[in-house]
Design a protein around this ligand. Sequence first.
Ligand SMILES: [Zn+2]
Length: 344
Amino acid sequence: MKSMKRALMEGSSLSRIRCCILRFRSGTQGLVGLRNYGLSCCVNALLQSFSATWEMVDLLDRWNPVDKENGSVPLQLRKTLVTMRDFSGHGTHHWDFLHCLNRHEISLHIQQDAVEVFLSILNFIQQQMHDKTLAQKIQCLYKVDVETYLQCTKCSNIYSGTSFFLCLPLTIRETQNSLEDCVRLFFELQELRGKDECYCERCGEKTPSKHGFKLISLPPVLCLHLKRVRNSGGFTKKLHSQVSFPETLNISGILTAEVLSKSYVHQSDSQYNLYAVIVHSGCALCGHYTAYIRQKDTSWYYANDDYIKQVSWAEVQNAYGGSQRDGTAYMLLYRRTLKDCSSG
Ligand SMILES: [Zn+2]
């Protein structure tokens, strides 16, 4: 493993970065590879997914930053995303973005969790962009609005509020799973008993209850987190169990009446198409991130830092898991498209 000091020294020479960028061309639709500095594979894989989220790229392009925002995460992100669209060989400047994250306590020399970094980047956009309207629009791209629901099982009184997720955390079973089952499981009510009991105002005491989330609205970009890391008896372990996920997610098959909030915002008949898979290989405490990305031309590409290759959908399915040898999908990004429209 490369030392941080060495990575920093290397990062100081942009000309050297340019020499080491491995580019891939396929018309104008391929991906630009990103060099691994220290342990930047996690951020590299996320950058590939942000670059493929053209709704976000478009919003960042419309932004007029003020002077104060020079060292900000969103500005460095925008600069990097611009260079990731440049196939002319001038190289990417993602070192500046990595360095900026490092200054904001997302260290380059420890293994990061992709979901935590993803959420932190979205959070920095909210905090650091002075254009709050634009920042809000970026957040709304990913925002799953939910009703939090708690029902006392003794007096049936219901307590509810609203909340949101930018990435839906899905519990997976140790055996086999389908993504659709994981989403259904997320919306299943959980019984809170014993030490988990909550205080019911009507009963005037702690009582057993049913707790869960009901869906209010789904966003244009649906980000799903497969919770493969589990704490068990003081140890952190990774679940390599199989989770099959479709290229086209039929959301209406999941949204049954009991899942929906009374204030559910009905969308016109839509479906979700997969366009990015963040893959984790290795164990819970050390490993490597890569990404499968589908470009506008509908071709799939595999990005392993600066190594890029075109792949088939069958190869993407290798990330279902089920074996410790292969990388497993950790985050999935789906884009809403109108039914019967060609994808992208
Ligand atoms: Zn009660």
